[in-house]
Design a protein around this ligand. Structure first.
Ligand code: FES
Ligand SMILES: [Fe+2]
Length: 436
């Protein structure tokens, strides 16, 4: 559990909060690059870390974020004209470049130098892997872009969907590192017993030599979590006993402050979730499937785009999911009796059903919870966040923000002899080309 004070501290990310300052030391995913498809296209609204902004792509194709309200008399720049390397407010015509400089002020005398005294709030942006990232912290502390393990892949080896999550980022993120919920919340019903497959391994694509593909069964129903503090966040090894001298390891990583990557067997397609606070009661989820070895197959892409299981279906023209809290995620009680533990189709919405609706959401009161041994990794992540936020308040900048290469570490599932430590056994795969 957390005290109410620590719960407030860790969940709130608006300007001036301790956690808000920590988030403002990193590049964070802001929007999909396709939302600004071409130079001088229509600007879009962006809300991040409780700040309202307008993103626009200028005539040269560069992207930037400006505070949403014009510094003259507050009109929304969403309605601005995007013209000749600047966004022009339609109220009185003040025009701003990507750095927030006022480059034209048509309602002031030509001889006035008033425009040179105006500096609008602006944040730099970078495009990487089909996503526009922004940095909202002090200009002189601009961090390195994290080299997440899926970012350097070709576009055809990666599929990304962004969608709205209607709760605080932290309780959604806690689910990403919580291996003990996977077999249950995302599990199926055994048709022979009408009970959940509690002994079912739920790792997509996992296969044991000589045994059938998923779903398969092993006798070890209680994975043991080994957590390792790292420079980038946490490395998590989930261990199950396969036979008398072999463990199956499921190795995931949590990257401060936004991401989780989840293992699969070599050659399989990996999963990553990125979360970023919109405000304290809403967050974006960027969900990414990626394969280090090959382009995604037609079958995979078809499932991701149309299957509605691995990725949710969106209401057309929005980032809101068809299954949402207003319709109880379209829970199907008959399916809950016969095929799916939750009765909810999409895996992401299965998670949201346990995170969003009150009394859990939109901000869970962690002073009321009861944590067991399977929650050790949740405790560790909270400690890491709180420690980093307090250290920053004491003047210690987060190391990871200025060392982008430390994020280039991969997840993996693999079987290892019991006498081999998981990080040693997985080293060659985890660190790829920068083997260490
Ligand atoms: S409010 Fe924008 S130019 Fe006046
Ligand atoms: Fe989940």
């Amino acid at each position: 559990m957390l005290t109410r004070e620590d719960n407030e501290l860790i969940c709130r990310t608006g300007p001036g909060t301790l956690m808000g300052e920590l988030w403002r030391r990193f590049w964070v995913p802001a929007l999909m690059a396709w939302e600004l498809p071409e130079p001088d296209c229509a600007p879009v609204r962006v809300r991040l870390l409780s700040e309202d902004m307008i993103a626009y792509r200028d005539s040269s194709g560069r992207v930037g974020l400006l505070a949403a309200n014009c510094p003259h008399r507050g009109a929304s720049l969403f309605f601005g004209r995007n013209e000749e390397d600047g966004l022009r407010c339609v109220y009185h015509g003040w025009k701003f470049d990507l750095q927030g400089n006022c480059v034209d002020m048509p309602n002031e005398p030509a001889e006035s130098n008033f425009k040179h005294k105006i500096k609008h709030t602006s944040y730099p942006c970078m495009e990487r892997a089909g996503i526009i990232w922004t940095y909202m912290g002090p200009k002189h502390l601009e961090p390195e872009m994290p080299q997440l393990p899926w970012m350097a892949l070709n576009d055809d080896s990666r599929y990304t969907l962004k969608f709205l999550v209607e709760c605080n980022f932290l309780q959604a993120m806690e689910g990403d590192i919580d291996n003990s919920h996977v077999a249950f919340a995302h599990g199926k019903i055994d048709p022979d017993t009408s009970k959940p497959f509690l002994d079912r391994m739920n790792f997509a694509g996992v296969r044991i030599p000589g045994q059938p593909a998923t779903p398969y069964y092993i006798s070890d129903k209680t994975p043991r979590g080994i957590i390792k503090d790292t420079e980038y966040g946490l490395m998590m090894g989930w261990r199950r006993t396969l036979d008398e001298d072999t463990y199956l390891w499921h190795i995931n990583h949590w990257f401060m402050p936004h991401s989780t990557v989840m293992g699969t067997l070599k050659g399989g397609t990996f999963l990553s979730n990125m979360r970023v606070p919109i405000d304290d009661e809403h967050s974006w989820q960027f969900r990414i499937k990626w394969n280090t070895f090959r382009p995604l197959s037609e079958a995979e892409l078809h499932e991701y785009k149309h299957g509605g299981t691995m990725f949710p279906e969106l209401i057309p023209g929005t980032f809101r999911c068809v299954e949402n809290r207003d319709n109880d995620y379209l829970v199907d009680r008959e399916k809950q009796r016969t095929s799916l533990v939750t009765g909810i189709k999409s895996q992401t919405q299965q998670d949201r059903a346990v995170n969003e609706p009150p009394p859990t959401g939109p901000i869970y009161d962690r002073s009321k919870e009861h944590l067991g041994t399977s929650d050790a990794v949740i405790i560790q992540m909270r400690r890491t966040f709180l420690r980093a936020a307090r250290a920053l308040a004491n003047g210690q900048e987060p190391y990871a923000a200025h060392h982008g290469s430390i994020y280039d570490v991969r997840p993996i599932d693999l079987d290892l002899k019991m006498n081999v430590p998981f990080e040693e056994g997985a080293r060659q795969f985890l660190y790829g080309h920068r083997a260490r």
